[in-house]
Design a protein around this ligand. Sequence first.
Ligand code: NOJ
Length: 584
Amino acid sequence: MRAAHPATRPGDESGDRTHAAPEGHPAGDAEAGAAPAGTAARPEADGGPWWRDAVCYELYPRSFADGDGDGTGDLRGATARLDHLAGLGVDAVWITPFYPSPLADGGYDISDHTAVAPELGTLDDWDALTARAHALGLRVLVDLVPNHTSAAHPWFREALAAPAGGEARDRYVFRDGRGPGGRTPPNDWLSAFGGPAWTRVPGDGPGTGPAQWYLHLHTPHQPDLNWRNPAVAAEFERILRFWLDHGADGFRVDVAHTLFKAHGLPDAGHGQHTEPHRNHLMPYHDQEELHPLYRRWRTVLDSHPGADGTAAVGDRLLVGEVILFDQRRLARYVRPGEMGHVLNFAWTDAPWEGRALRAVIEETVAATDAVGAPATWTLSSHDTLRPVSRFGGGERGARRARAAALLTLALPGAAYVYQGEELGLPQAHVPEDRRRDPVWELSGYTDQGRDGCRVPLPWQGSTSPYGFSEAPPEDCWFPPPDDWAPLTVDAQHRDPGSVLSLYRAALRLRRAHPPRRTGRLRLLGPGSGEWLGFDRGPGLRCLVNFGPAALPLDPTDEVLLSSEPLHGHLLPPDTTVWLRPGPR
Ligand code: NOJ
């Protein structure tokens, strides 16, 4: 046991240890012209791509920062606050949809894929954002949504006005219904948000022919595109090139596993959305034709000239939101010549339990190693319950979320941090009359949906909306809770024991300790479920205590960072520590 339970160095027993060493104000450093914290400063010892071990920050623009005082976060607001990301030490920022949208699904219902939503700014504002990000050493990832458009997209309006079987309808998935009068949907597919994945459109308008059904794997306001229509593929290549011309360093691809549907649209049968480990078998998931498509996009990204006229092969990143839980199926998307990252939902969904987390680590590392790709680790996103709440809420949830963050950030590969995770924000309560997520209505008002993790970030001050906007809280995108004053960026910046200080210290140390490139990650010990440990590289060992009792640490090991203050050579329950192993 002792070898696997490293500890503080002798002489460190004098009392509590602060868990994160304080540093100068990183934003100030960036502004003063010090080496930016992002890509420019990253050592590329083995010549691998920048994204291999990158930390990417997910920015949800409507709740990040409001620049014009109307209560909705926007691009100018985001640009003005990018130094927060540089100070945190991330490599890239992924910006969720900022396009014109009727907002039936938080902006993932897009009516124009090559424009900026007027309430968020202009294309010039976008260009200013990418310029500022690049100046800070941050890469920019654009959220591409190729599975569906908004029902307000000109293509869909055209399709509705066109006759059944017409060319305009073929860009989407229209079918006749089954049974008498075609009144039953074409198959049994269910929408991800509840209810059938088909909606019937009237067919009795002039020239429209009989009523038909159209497919939408999400809300009825998000009709699925027909990826076997060459016009769809051509349009998305144009969209990729458009954003590459506007400074994009890569794309996060929304529901990248759903674009093609099995020929003949067969019934899916049981287990839709309820048996995650079988979901690669669904006829609307994981079709083989996706792989040539992503290989094609890879060549577009590799060959399209950037603003400076050059395009470095492999420098741009494709990130797949591939919601598959079979790690071997998932890893097929990151084979050479395809995507760089796939978001790891098995990690996001795992409970705070040693055995479960160990299993996900082992399966992920085995599958990604087999194809020579980096693993990715995602604790949260704009779609998930915030970790603090997911792991039990209150002080226990907060403590576990800190431990989970240090575990996640020690793992070899890339990590994603969702805005507010670095502040330890809990899921916020959003009053019923302010809810926006379609999940609320489509679940028959039983599932509160995802709004609680999309509440505006608290930046400074003691009253809501904490510097997010000049507008009063009731006019903000969502009203920020009244008790978030201790959680603001400003308050946490001044506190060396804060979650923000922990994240900053972790990102700094992680950069200084790149993971081993050769040999598979080996987990330490037998895997009792009570604790978990591994060596990220020669100088960084990560150890997590999931059990109810404190674990003894090896006194020859040096503590680099811990998610809680340590008392002597003991690792308290629900705590992660990073150690420099001493001589054995
Ligand atoms: C995944 C996005 O993350 C989520 O927010 C959205 O609702 C669906 N895709 C549909 O676009």
